[in-house]
Ligand binder design. Structure first.
Ligand code: ZN
Ligand code: ZN
Length: 438
């Protein structure tokens, strides 16, 4: 067992912390779980040494969008297995979406998730509370009670609130409670029983299509409601060029609107959906090449605030069905940072500072977490990554209980090396069989 009282000295890393406009080589000392000092040649003879030569030292990565499946569907993921997958992906905190069984729509479920995570998860888990009772979209859940119990945000992810008046009420309360509303923007009548993005690829495959408008209509509605109520509205897994443009305009007007994009939407398009492989089935669906181009532009110019995984584990038996019958969603915690380094940084779309903003500083700000910074005195949640390490993702080595990913076998340039939560090293590349290093 690691000695929690022992100091940790991270030596000779490149510290990239946009929260304090820092990018340079330095040592970082952790004492009693907090950042104690940053500087050149720090002397700490008693400390455990971590050599970070050639590595980036960043405030810990925060995933705004994870599904942990506990309580209720532990065969697909538990708080422990999902937490270990997060740590192996370089994440120090995750927000857990409420569509468990039962739904996290009351303080008892919120408490259960927090307690279980404290005992079993190597990373911080922040529950997201449901907007409506049972996420049925009829009556508001007890938002204040759940806020007291410790939820970090509100969402009916996956079962979006179709009733605009209920959403308006939710936003009014959320504004008063100072809590962010995260909406999975989908008009269920427009998407109907669609399976993939509406375009040539869908025509060719014969699969029923989901139009871009199913997302765009709800983004437009929620921007209007956010303007009216003053609530902070965060768009989950934004996937279309039109929605992105609406967020851009809302920001220009000074509205409290933010958005996240997933690694699969900035990496893949509907043309990648091949052979009816259900590892390409998710909501929102993989969009067109033009949509992907727009997302890359938004990631570069600051319109996109965060990268979030929408890690959605499903057991093999569930995903190994016909495309039509398989559930939506793919895993993503262990591939997110590698894909961002490979497809965004090395492809020249963004720099390191922006990457750390997207993964850590901004997610913390969006939901008001006291994280996402390495300022002296802050909790020492730290991610070490190597922008150059070449590795291949082998899903059979995954810490997740599920295997539903389209990224098995991908060769990536750049990936996590160590994950530190409150000063404790909770994962290191090569230190366990879950390592993906090659
Ligand atoms: Zn969703
Ligand atoms: Zn989701």
């Amino acid at each position: 067992m690691p000695d929690s009282s022992r100091d940790l000295l991270i030596q000779k890393g490149r510290i990239v912390d946009p929260s304090q406009a820092m990018d340079g080589s330095a040592d970082l000392l952790v004492r009693q779980g907090r950042v104690a000092a940053i500087g050149k040649n720090i002397q700490a003879p008693e400390a455990q040494i971590l050599d970070a030569s050639g590595l980036v030292v960043a405030p810990g990565l925060i995933d705004l969008h994870t599904h942990l499946r506990e309580p209720g569907r532990e065969h697909a993921e538990t708080i422990e297995s999902g937490g270990r997958a997060a740590a192996a992906g370089g994440f120090t905190s995750v927000l857990a979406m409420p569509n468990t069984r039962p739904i996290n729509d009351n303080a008892a479920v919120t408490h259960f998730i927090i307690q279980t995570a404290r005992q079993h998860s190597p990373v911080n888990v922040y529950p997201v509370g449901a907007i409506s009772e049972g996420s049925r979209g009829q009556r508001l859940a007890p938002l204040g009670e759940m806020r007291e119990a410790g939820i970090a945000a509100l969402s009916d992810d996956g079962m979006p609130v179709m009733n605009s008046n209920l959403m308006r009420e939710a936003m009014s309360y959320a504004c008063g409670l100072g809590i962010t509303v995260i909406d999975h923007c989908e008009d269920l009548d427009l998407s109907a029983d669609g399976l993939m993005h509406e375009g040539y690829a869908a025509l060719r495959s014969g699969l029923r299509a989901i139009s871009s408008s199913s997302e765009d209509v709800m983004v437009a509605r929620d921007i209007l409601l956010a303007a009216q109520t003053g609530a902070h509205f965060h768009v989950a897994h934004l996937s279309t060029a039109t929605s992105l443009e609406m967020v851009r305009q809302a920001k220009l007007r000074g509205l409290p609107v933010t958005c996240e994009v997933t690694p699969h939407h900035f990496t893949l398009t509907d043309e990648d959906v091949k052979d009816y492989d259900t590892n390409y089935k998710m909501k929102p669906p993989l969009r067109s090449r033009q949509d992907r181009e727009a997302l890359l532009q938004g990631l570069a110019d600051g319109t996109v605030d965060a990268i979030a995984t929408d890690h959605a584990p499903h057991a093999g038996s569930e995903k190994m069905q016909e495309f039509e019958r398989a559930p939506f969603g793919i895993t993503g915690l262990e591939t997110a940072l590698g894909l961002a380094l490979d497809r965004l940084l090395h492809a020249g779309h963004i720099g390191l500072t922006r990457l750390v903003e997207l993964f850590s500083v901004n997610p913390a700000r969006i939901v008001g977490l006291d994280r996402g910074t390495l300022k002296v005195g802050a909790v020492a949640d730290i991610t070490l990554f190597d922008p150059e390490r070449r590795w291949g993702f082998d899903v059979n080595q995954s810490c997740s209980r599920s295997r539903n990913t389209p990224f098995h076998g991908y060769s990536l340039r750049g990936g996590p090396v160590a994950t530190i939560v409150a000063g404790q090293i909770v994962w290191q590349a090569g230190s366990e069989k879950s390592s993906n290093q090659k």
